[in-house]
Write a protein that binds this ligand. Structure first.
Ligand SMILES: Nc1ncnc2c1ncn2[C@@H]1O[C@H](COP(=O)(O)OP(=O)(O)OP(=O)(O)O)[C@@H](O)[C@H]1O
Ligand SMILES: [Mg+2]
Length: 314
């Protein structure tokens, strides 16, 4: 569907040169949600803007369904739509309906077809009651919904969303998640950049982690979770072990004291050089009563942080 090959982009001004994207390649499939992750300044927005042709890459090629987006920009633009950071693709002074009519016309839609699409997408985004509201008076969450509605109006096979849940409350963010899932189910390719790890976990099929303009890790969301699975354990004690034991353990693991009188230790073998046996070697001295031992699944946020910090998983 979308193929990005050896993308490179440097911003040059009189004062400084920023190598925003040093070398990024990836391919997406139809009907998948593909997440671009990375810390601030990693090059996510630059990658998205390069695909759209809003910035001109120094090197690399971009293909959308075999169309070379750099050589044949007009054709490529018909295949994709986008919501960039800060939902600038809506007109604040126009009503929701006027926004649909205006941007629809720009995309070559009109008449009955445009009216039909407007009703379809406004229902999908839950803004059918807001058609007469001035866009600038909508809440942040609804403005974002409108921005997405307008982006999907022309029904393009590729949708680019740069931080679609930024600044939204939990409910609106969940709503956006549902919409992204729905789009993928309809066979659309959604390329998404985000810092919202709940969104990544909930909707993305594959994840490309970039940092400093380069690819750090790539895999399915499931693969990345597997990589760190069963590397974390939590041992809960009936009562707090002695100070001597705690002192020794504190050099090896994270200790936690819960309000309910439970005392537990969390061992993370992906970040520690110790093994469960080392812990038991210390515990053997006193044999404190163990209430439970569980293996913990790290959430995606932890996985992301460990990858970015360069932690090894074995
Ligand atoms: N128009 C520009 N001119 C100069 N430098 C820029 C420009 N746009 C981005 N940069 C720089 O390029 C680098 C990559 O920025 P980019 O916006 O692509 O990162 P990002 O991954 O989207 O970050 P964020 O998570 O903060 O949105 C940063 O160092 C940024 O300061
Ligand atoms: Mg960005």
């Amino acid at each position: 569907m979308l193929k990005v090959e050896n993308l490179k982009k440097t911003y040059k001004s009189k004062k400084r040169v920023v190598e925003a994207v040093k070398n990024i390649s990836f391919t997406t499939n139809a009907g998948e949600v593909f997440a671009l992750l990375g810390p601030n300044g990693a090059g996510k927005s630059t990658t998205i803007k390069s695909i759209l042709g809003l910035v001109v890459p120094d090197e690399g090629e971009i293909y959308i369904n075999e169309i070379n987006a750099r050589k044949d920009r007009k054709k490529a633009l018909f295949m994709m739509s986008a919501v960039l950071e800060g939902n600038r693709n809506i007109h604040w002074r126009l009503s929701v309906k006027e926004n649909f009519l205006y941007f629809g016309a720009l995309k070559g839609l009109g008449g009955k077809r445009l009216k039909e699409r407007m009703l379809e997408v406004s229902e999908l985004l839950g803004i059918e009651d807001k058609l007469n509201t001035i866009a600038g008076n909508l809440s942040r969450g609804y403005q974002q919904r409108l921005a997405i509605a307008i982006a999907i109006l022309p029904d393009t096979p590729l949708i680019l969303l740069d931080e679609p849940t930024l600044g939204l409350d939990v409910e609106s963010a969940i709503e956006i998640r549902k919409i992204i899932k729905h789009l993928a189910e309809q066979g659309k390719t959604v390329l998404l950049s985000t810092h919202d790890m709940n969104l990544v976990e909930a909707v993305s099929d594959r994840v490309l982690i970039i940092s400093d303009g380069k690819v750090v890790t790539f895999g399915t969301t499931k693969e990345l979770k597997e990589m760190f699975k069963a590397k974390s354990y939590k041992i809960v004690f009936e009562k707090k072990p002695s100070v001597e034991i705690i002192d020794k353990l504190s050099e090896m693991v994270i200790l936690e004291e819960k309000g309910n009188g439970d005392f537990s230790i969390s061992v993370n073998f992906s970040t520690s050089s110790h093994t469960l046996y080392d812990i038991f070697e210390v515990l053997k001295e006193e044999k404190p009563q163990i209430k439970s031992i569980e293996s913990e699944d790290p959430n995606f946020e932890e996985i992301f942080l460990r990858i970015i910090r360069g932690d090894k998983n074995d």
